[in-house]
Design a protein around this ligand. Structure first.
Ligand code: D5M
Ligand code: FE
Ligand code: ZN
Length: 591
């Protein structure tokens, strides 16, 4: 069923150089032939006009149309073709969700309610990493089943209109569907707060020299050993080296080497700021499987007994910086929501523009009224030269044009939303992590909505809720190195649990994830986040680890040739919607 959305009207007007009052858009949308009305209005208004008002529309219509004819919006199907793309109804697509994500549960798509939230967990208690509460509830995925949009807000900031006249944050109007008073985004920006910490933007001092590596490792050790010191009675490596055989000892160190011995035990060499010490994990100890989880350069603590010759420690227990089991997450003081998305990949032939438009349209509906934040975890655009042969699948070959197009898509979301974005590996910033936020040039291009632009990673506190945003390149590594049940593409949130346990977003230096040494280790999770949001692997998955919500938010790019060749089946067009007051989450599908 075709349906003109206000967004499309706003876009059409913007393309002709006009901004519009919300009530004007509503009026146009409520006429029998919105496309024709729009043309008539444009012909009618003064050439010098920048902003179309409701009066302009009434004048153009000669006020002949009684307001009640908004009733027939449902049956309008005629001149849609004059509107860009002709709008489509969003399909009930629950079966598709159930199909490719059998564990995620389903719910009746015909009755999605915005307060119908779900506890995260995808039905799997993350037993492997020790779990408190959560996890076992039925998570649900709802569809973006939004027939008959009610919301008629002027999309704001569209096109080339002056900032100050950009669409209002709220306002009345009539619903095209039923002539009832339109739902409006009655947001109050003064209630909002959004602070950023841990952002490398503007702070990068690294030159890649040896000294930088020493500094960054020292800082990592400092920060992570602090989490472990209280739990073991540790000694520096040099002190342990001079202890006598048979004594108990404990050490906190970065994993320098992991080797298996001839008899199948594990030799883990730990390094602290004074030196290294070899620690032996016997294969028959119950914690031996923890060695499977270890990544080089992560920080752990061990307790054990020194061998008779004091040359090695027999490990009795192993500890990770971890999230305390008693961790109690922060929540917002009011009912407000954030949409968590990532990996939009504008500029790729596989970018799913229609899905994005449906999402943006939905954000204008009453149901989405409380979605006041949009947090984007990287890969805004497809980029250029990111992977071999990538150019064969580019829709836009110029990187700046890609950002310009992305900016256009960003304008589709309500102008009153608070947007924050970090870069990913496809974005035009340095590849090595921590990645600084976009430069001035790109910021200018993406100036719509005055989005907050920060580095990858960033700890973003949204109305009290600490959201750690990280693009997620290290997830590939965690998934490659750890056993399937601890981290896999099908359960990307489990790989995230591992990062939470290590309290570091990308532990391993010299592996696949490119890291830049800085004075500080920006990749350490000094504070426990309440929500950990990543993307990159293009798979949807979420769950709670010690009450921290881990969300990997899927993507807006259909399967690429490369992904086909390696059997990556991306989860496209999902928008996890997080209640900041309860940390419950609902996932909506728009593809
Ligand atoms: O990567 C999306 C996912 O696909 C991520 O898990 C990496 C993987 N990927 C995609 N293309 C390639 C190539 N060419 N080589 C290796 N891995 C790849 P994203 O970076 O977000 O496109
Ligand atoms: Fe991506
Ligand atoms: Zn990526």
């Amino acid at each position: 069923m075709p349906l003109e959305t206000p967004v499309r009207i706003v876009r059409e007007l913007a393309a002709r150089g006009y901004n519009a009052e919300q009530a004007a858009v509503t009026l146009i949308a409520s006429t029998e032939r919105p496309g024709r009305t729009l043309e008539r209005v444009v012909e009618h208004v003064d050439d010098a006009a920048l902003r179309i008002t409701a009066d302009d529309v009434r004048d153009a219509l000669g006020d002949a149309r009684p307001s009640s004819d908004a009733r027939d919006a449902e049956t309008r199907a005629d001149d849609v073709s004059t509107m860009e793309n002709g709008a489509e109804t969003i399909e009930d697509d629950v079966s598709a969700v159930g199909g490719d994500a059998p564990n995620r549960g389903e719910r009746d798509a015909s009755t999605p309610r915005r307060d119908e939230t779900t506890n995260p967990g995808r039905g799997d208690a993350p037993a492997d990493v020790g779990e408190s509460g959560s996890g076992s509830q039925d998570p649900s995925v709802s569809t973006g089943d939004e027939r008959g949009y009610r919301k008629t807000e002027a999309g704001s900031g569209s096109g080339n209109v002056p900032e100050e006249t950009a669409g209002a944050a709220s306002g009345g109007g009539t619903s095209p569907g039923d002539a009832a008073p339109a739902a409006s985004r009655t947001v109050d920006p003064s209630l909002r707060s959004l602070e950023v910490a841990g952002d490398v933007t503007g702070q990068s001092t690294g030159t890649g020299e040896y000294g930088d590596f020493v500094k960054v490792f020292r800082d990592r050790y400092e920060k992570l050993s602090k989490q472990l010191r209280g739990r073991v009675n540790h000694r520096p490596a040099t002190a342990i080296q001079s202890m006598s055989g048979g004594t108990d000892a404990a050490m906190v160190g970065l994993v320098n080497d992991i080797r298996s011995t001839k008899s199948g035990h594990w030799l883990v060499e730990l390094e602290d700021t004074t030196g290294t010490f070899p620690c032996l994990v016997m294969k028959d100890r119950e914690f031996a499987e923890l060695v499977d989880e270890l990544l080089l350069d992560e920080c752990i603590a061990v307790e054990g007994t020194l061998s008779d010759d004091a040359g090695i420690m027999f490990v009795d227990s192993m500890h990770f910086p971890d999230v305390p089991r008693t961790y109690s997450p922060n929540t917002a003081d009011r009912h407000v929501q954030a949409a968590l998305v990532s990996d939009i990949h504008v500029g790729s032939q596989e970018f799913e523009a229609d899905a994005w438009t449906r999402f943006a349209d939905w954000l204008h509906t009453e149901e989405a009224e409380r979605v006041e934040y949009l947090l984007i975890a990287g890969d805004m655009v497809e980029g250029v030269g990111v992977y071999p042969d990538q150019d064969e699948e580019l829709d836009i070959v110029d990187i700046y044009e890609q950002y310009e197009r992305f900016s256009e898509h960003l304008k589709d979301v309500p102008g009153d939303m608070e947007i924050l974005m970090i870069p990913g590996n496809h974005d035009a910033v340095r590849l090595a992590e921590p990645q600084p936020g976009f430069d001035e040039n790109l910021r200018d291009i993406m100036s719509a909505h005055d989005a907050r632009i920060t580095g990858n990673p960033s700890l973003v506190t949204v109305e009290g809720v600490k959201v750690l945003m990280y693009h997620g390149v290290s997830l590939d590594e965690v998934i490659a190195e750890l056993p399937e049940e601890k981290a896999s593409y099908d359960d990307p949130h489990k790989a995230m649990y591992q990062l939470l346990k290590k309290r570091h977003v990308a532990p391993q230096f010299g592996g696949k994830t490119r890291l830049a040494p800085e004075e500080k280790d920006y990749l350490v999770m000094e504070e426990v986040p309440d929500v950990f949001h990543t993307g990159h692997v293009h798979k949807l998955g979420w769950g709670k680890y010690h009450d921290v919500l881990a969300v990997n938010s899927g993507c807006w790019q259909a399967q690429t040739d490369f992904q086909k060749s390696v059997n990556i089946d991306p989860d496209v067009g999902y928008a996890p919607i997080l209640d900041l007051d309860t940390l419950d989450m609902t996932v909506r599908k728009f593809a």
